[in-house]
Design a protein around this ligand. Structure first.
Ligand SMILES: [Zn+2]
Length: 113
C-alpha cells in the first residue's frame, strides 16, 4: 500500500534525525501533506500506528497538517486564485503548483538526555 511506503520513508528520516541529535525517544511527529499529494491521511495514520510499535516513535503521536493547493505564476506574478482558470492574469502563462503535492516531515519533538 502507498501509505505504508510513505511511512517507511518517514521512519528512515526520523531515525536519521534522532540519531544525529542523540535522541533516546521521539515525543511527537509533525508532517505536512498537500491535498494533492494523493495521500489518504486516515490510512497514513493507521500505517504509522502499526509501524511505530517498539520503535523510537513508540510514544510519539503523529500530527498531520493538511495544506491546500497553491498555484503561482512561473514568471513571478504572484499566486493565482484557484477555482477559475489556472493561468496568470498578467502574462497568461499556465500556473505552476507551488505547494499542495508535498509530503514533508516538518518537525520532530525529541527527547535528548
Ligand atoms: Zn505571470
Amino acid at each position: 500500500m502507498h501509505e505504508y511506503s510513505i511511512v517507511q520513508a518517514m521512519f528512515d528520516q526520523i531515525e536519521a534525525q534522532a540519531q544525529a541529535r542523540h535522541a533516546i525517544a521521539v515525543k511527537r511527529v509533525f508532517v505536512r501533506i498537500g491535498r494533492s499529494a494523493g495521500v489518504d491521511v486516515r490510512l497514513l495514520k493507521t500505517a504509522y500506528d502499526t509501524f511505530r510499535v517498539r520503535t523510537i516513535c513508540d510514544d510519539a503521536p503523529l500530527e498531520v497538517d493538511e495544506v491546500p493547493e497553491v498555484w503561482t505564476c512561473p514568471d513571478g506574478h504572484g499566486d493565482i486564485v484557484p477555482g477559475g482558470k489556472l493561468t496568470c492574469e498578467t502574462c497568461g502563462r499556465p500556473a505552476r503548483m507551488a505547494s499542495g503535492d508535498e509530503i514533508i516531515l516538518e518537525r520532530l519533538e525529541l527527547e535528548v538526555p
